[in-house]
Design a protein around this ligand. Structure first.
Ligand code: FES
Ligand code: ZN
Length: 324
């Protein structure tokens, strides 16, 4: 079967939301066009911005890096690899391909770890939580710490943006979760035009937010990406609400492939209206007296310091070390 776009090469992907069969070249061009359009439309970053790409080593970060390197100057790109310190799981070898790719294209490489940044590995923190009977899923804890490390690293190294590899399905799961929790503030914060609440935050953007998860998987597969043999062992502990929404959304996508796209477009429209009608000039977020990082209004300490104190860490580390 020939590609529906060029009619010259053999089709290798069926793009179910558009109903087209595409060859690899036309598929890649389609992804590049959609990612560039999203970047330009929301000014996710501009041509002179220094951008720091968070790389986990998985297929999503591969696709992100492989596409971004074609739409942005390599010397303005840095990649950040954060070793969580998960027993039996070697983050650095999972992300080895990214280091090679960065070196090949002249991008900067930053490698850091939970241990260097806050003094403990994720496994140690989980054990401490278990001992104290504190209920927190590893993924939630991991997410809070990673966001903190990335933001500090980007700020210290003068990056203009932090780029993450969240795809359309990830974003839609978050939207549905926020709706179920009736959390309007988070729904607004998820929007690419949401106000930045602190000058200490480096804006985080997601250029793959309109690329379906199945497209990411297909692209990685067709590019010869070596899928990791092992997943993070905590993956089973994903917050159950997200896991349930994820599988329900896949079912819905099977019935009507454009559902996820419709949901994100609805979210974009509604929040844009809210942002244009409401006066959302919020005061700058206060700083945590322990670590000096921004924290939500009305708190005594930031969520991370509070958590670490509960775990028995009395003086949370403020610094980060990154190896370049
Ligand atoms: Fe963070 Fe698995 S990578 S919990
Ligand atoms: Zn703090």
């Amino acid at each position: 079967m020939l590609c529906d776009v060029c009619s010259a090469r053999e089709a290798v992907v069926y793009q179910r939301h558009s109903g087209r069969a595409l060859c690899f070249k036309c598929f890649r061009e389609d992804l590049l066009r959609r990612v560039s359009a999203e970047v330009r439309y929301y000014r996710l970053f501009t041509p002179n911005d220094r951008i720091l790409i968070a790389v986990s080593g998985g297929k999503d970060s591969f696709v992100l890096l492989d596409l971004i390197k074609d739409i942005h100057r390599s010397e303005l790109i840095g990649i950040a690899i954060i070793d969580e310190g998960i027993e039996g799981y070697d983050r650095l070898s999972q992300a080895k391909w990214a280091i090679d790719m960065a070196e090949k294209f002249g991008m900067e490489v930053y490698i850091t770890s939970f241990k260097d940044s806050i003094g403990f590995t994720l496994t140690e923190l989980i054990e401490m939580a278990e001992k104290r009977g504190i209920r927190i899923t590893p993924c939630t804890l991991c997410g809070i710490i990673k966001r903190r490390i990335l933001n500090r690293l980007a700020r210290h190294e003068h990056f203009d943006r932090v780029i993450t590899a969240h795809n359309l399905n990830d974003e839609v799961q978050t939207i549905v979760m926020d709706i179920l929790r009736l959390d309007l503030a988070r729904l607004v914060q998820l929007h690419p035009l949401s106000p930045l609440l602190s000058s200490n935050f480096v804006r985080r953007v997601k250029p793959l937010r309109r690329i379906f998860e199945y497209e990411v998987t297909q692209y990685a597969f067709l590019s010869g990406f070596k899928f990791q043999e092992e997943d993070c062992p905590y993956i089973k502990a994903l917050p159950s609400l997200r896991a349930r929404i994820r599988s329900r959304m896949f079912e819905m996508e099977g019935i009507k492939p454009s559902y996820p796209l419709n949901i994100i477009e609805w979210h974009d429209r509604v929040v844009k209206k809210i942002l244009s009608r409401w006066d959302l000039k919020m005061p700058e977020l206060p700083l945590c007296p322990l670590c000096g990082e921004p924290m939500s209004y009305g708190r005594k300490y930031c969520a991370l310091c509070e958590l670490l104190m509960k775990l028995g860490v009395s003086a949370p580390q403020a610094g980060h070390k990154a190896k370049v």
